[in-house]
Ligand binder design. Structure first.
Ligand code: GRF
Length: 192
């Protein structure tokens, strides 16, 4: 998994992976900075690595990430709050193997500040999406969504909290379906 911060989706995926019936396991966590999520992973016995983009530059950082994912036989790369855009070469190398969770009902509200924008634009429905990562921001195939109705007098903060609770349901469900559907050939479980 690739993260940058809090790691609540990482936590939800780790918990889901503990179930004996889970078709995926979380095998490795990379952060682009000091991230609380790394502590969550370490507590669960999952190796973590910080790859500092500033020190090496984007290309080298991505090459390092690519190498480490390969070494650990990762099959699916899950992004959760990873605050970097992946370069086209990286996306090409992992084509249809990178998933992201986004806090809106895509294709609506691509990009940042989705909860504030949903309220400002008067959306009655809001939610979250898991999609395949492509070269275009938040534009790849949508694999699953969870919706809620926006309440009257809702704040961006309350909306964020309610959507986040949905994210924690959605990501494990979609990843399980996706990992289960991948034809691995080897019969191995999907390592993310
Ligand atoms: C989530 O809201 C996710 O949708 C967005 O970034 C946030 C990450 O939260 N892409 P966390 O680090 O998983 O708690």
């Amino acid at each position: 998994m690739l993260i940058s911060g809090r790691g609540s989706n990482l936590h939800a995926l780790i918990e889901a992976a503990r179930k004996p019936s889970s078709p995926f396991s979380i095998v490795f966590v990379v952060a682009d900075r000091e991230a609380h999520g790394c502590q969550i992973a370490e507590k669960a016995g999952i190796p973590t690595q910080i790859v500092a983009y500033e020190k090496r530059g984007k290309k080298e950082a991505e090459q390092e990430i690519d190498r480490m994912l390969g070494e650990r036989a990762v099959e699916i790369v899950c992004l959760a709050g990873f605050k970097r855009l992946l370069s086209p070469w990286f996306v090409e190398r992992w084509r249809r193997r990178i998933l992201n969770i986004h806090p809106s009902l895509l294709p609506q509200l691509r990009g940042l500040a989705t909860h504030r924008r949903a309220l400002a634009e008067g959306h009655r429905q809001h939610g979250c999406s898991v999609h395949i990562v492509t070269e275009k921001l938040d534009a790849g195939e949508i694999l699953g969504q969870e919706k809620l109705s926006v309440k009257k007098d809702e704040s961006p903060e309350s909306l964020e909290a309610r959507v986040l609770a949905l994210e924690h349901q959605l990501y494990p469900r979609v990843l399980a379906d996706y990992a289960g559907s991948l034809v691995c050939g080897t019969g191995r479980e999907g390592g993310a």
